[in-house]
Design a protein around this ligand. Sequence first.
Ligand code: OAD
Length: 287
Amino acid sequence: MGNDQSHSAPHDGPPEVLKARDLPSIAKYMKSTECRKVFVMLGAGVSTAAGIPDFRSPGTGLYSNLQRLNLPYPEAVFEINYFRQNPVPFYTLARELYPGQFRPTLTHTFVKLLADHRLLDTCFTQNIDTLERQAGVPGDRIVEAHGSFASQHCVDCKASFDGAAMKRGVETGDIVKCSDCGGFVKPDIVFFGESLPPVFHQKVPRLRSADLLIVIGTSLTVHPFASLTSLVPEGCPRVLINMDPAGDFGGRADDVTLLGRCDEIVRDLCRELGWEEELDREWGKTE
Ligand code: OAD
């Protein structure tokens, strides 16, 4: 896993599949029989409304607020080689990010509605907060591409460890060490310098059959995740819902970029789809 920024020239011809590059046209396409397999890619921006900071937003993002951890540079907190030398900053941050303290957002619920309406093929998420599951998205439709806190291993001998021990370690700040080799134990979150889980590689080829790709709340800077946007067929409309432009969106005929807060845009989209009441009802269940 690594960082990169890519941009491409904007497409200046008319759309080919959509009527127009706007929200009503996406809703119309989603209601048509052409649109059967929807893929979703999520990033930290879908969870900011739940109170979890994203990584790169200037001022509010995690990477601009880690001075207290005395890191040589912010990304070190998620680097495997740094963790081997000093696991304390990660354990400190893990306590703040540990799942169970946050409520899913409207955007997570929107992904559940896609599943309820039998449109969701796969939701690829970079997030480790498990809010997709908490919102009720079926587990077999979710790919946690950057892992999660659900399991843990010794970084040296790879022995697996009990979740209760890990949770205690994160809560108390006592670094969990492997009872076999003494190595540090780390939740199975994918760090810079580590491979993505096998399920990611198994599910990626499915993108070639996508009818619609919806990308929400990500700067699309971390690869290989970010490169998934280029795997959908040319005739597959791609929608970016984000505060800022990202990746190569705008480079294809049927790219639609909707800038703003994702919960607001998702509500507008649900209204166009006739799903707004359902959105509020389902979100209400997550309280
Ligand atoms: P980033 O922080 O890089 O990007 C989050 C994006 O979401 C930014 O473009 C924000 O503008 C946007 N955003 C924030 N709040 C939003 C909102 N309410 N509505 C819409 N957009 C919003 O986060 P990621 O792209 O997820 O890796 O970062 C990718 C990876 O980098 C993470 O998975 C993490 C990190 O290193 C690991 O932890 C392993």
